[in-house]
Design a protein around this ligand. Sequence first.
Ligand SMILES: Cc1ncc(COP(=O)(O)O)c(C=O)c1O
Length: 412
Amino acid sequence: MTVDPARFSFVPGPIPYPTIVGGAGVYLHAADGRKILDGAGGAIVGNIGWGRTEVAEAAAAAMGQTGYVVPLWPTPQRLALRDRLVEQWLPDGFTNVFFTSGGSESTDSALRLARAYQLGKGRADRWKVIGRHPSYHGMTLGTIAVASHTARQAGYEPLMLPFPKVPWDDPQGVLDVIQREDPATIAGFIVEPITGAAGACLTASDEYWRTVTDICRQHDILLIADEVMTGYGRTGLKFGHQHFPLQPDVIVGGKGLGGGYVPIGAVAAVGEVAEVLRTGGFMYFTFSGNDAACAASLAVLDILQREQLVERVAQKGPEFGARLHDEFSQHPMVSDVRGRGFFYGLELRCDRDEVVRAALDRDVWVYPAGSGPVPNAVMIAPPFVINDDQIDRLVTVLHDSLDHVMDHQTRL
Ligand SMILES: Cc1ncc(COP(=O)(O)O)c(C=O)c1O
């Protein structure tokens, strides 16, 4: 089946994508019979792999029970997911969870939360949320403004609040910007523990994270960890920030929480933050905590736990990383290999779309990434169930694809 992209999407983009009609394990099934090895879990979402019918069954059962319940009303599915997150996933003290329908709604809500928290404390002058350069936090107007992703911001500048930006790696730069802006105007600070789509796994030093945590504590700036990509086991721990001396007050999740099966996100906060909010009010979205989404998410978490998939990432991650380093560090088209767990980026010396396209022509999907200081990169972030033969194929095909792009460039 071929589809004219103009019929389907606002932004067809440079690559003609195949129509996907199914999936199983690490493979996406295309309408023309191709089986595409999903080296990026879709958009770094598909942690448990594809075709898990028990997730669909859980969602169907919830839909069969109730269609819709206003988010302020408790339901068994909402309560069960909240309890599971608080008791088994979130760090101690994170007792309050606000559900959304994805990453952007969650990060945007976290910005609102930072403002509401400061208002609750009687600090009306505090509205700025610090972002990092580069970073990506989603596509609402609030999140494109707080992030630093050139391509996603281009043209929308008049609609963007002037949130201050700090460098992704320089602790002194962080201190300087906060001083210059005046801490008494700053409500929050949002960080990706390992920079995802904008930086292809840029990883700051422990010193950087210590400085960020300390300065936020010192000035009661709400520290928000955007774990939309890094959360729910992707890096080999439950959350990415746990690799570093980084202690957030708010943890934002999406993507892997629903495993790609349902649109769901969650903003979790420590009890003290939620306590301040009780005096204010924090409006929900119509589909916050949708029952089918919560039930499906619980089924995803069941699978992660039953099959010990996060532990699997922790165990296989170093071997996976070593393989990527061996294979690509010396490749002329690659300037850096970095990451952790099953979350890796290759920074490229060539056009990323050409690499993605060459890989897709060879039935492998890798995720295009990069912005600003990282103009071209791809991310490799397979489902946690990938086996050794499949890793071998992923790496070999990506190598061939890079060779192909290099040959093409040499001939030009
Ligand atoms: C770190 C991060 N935050 C937020 C988002 C936005 O999530 P969504 O696309 O589900 O709205 C993304 C999406 O890629 C992300 O990587």
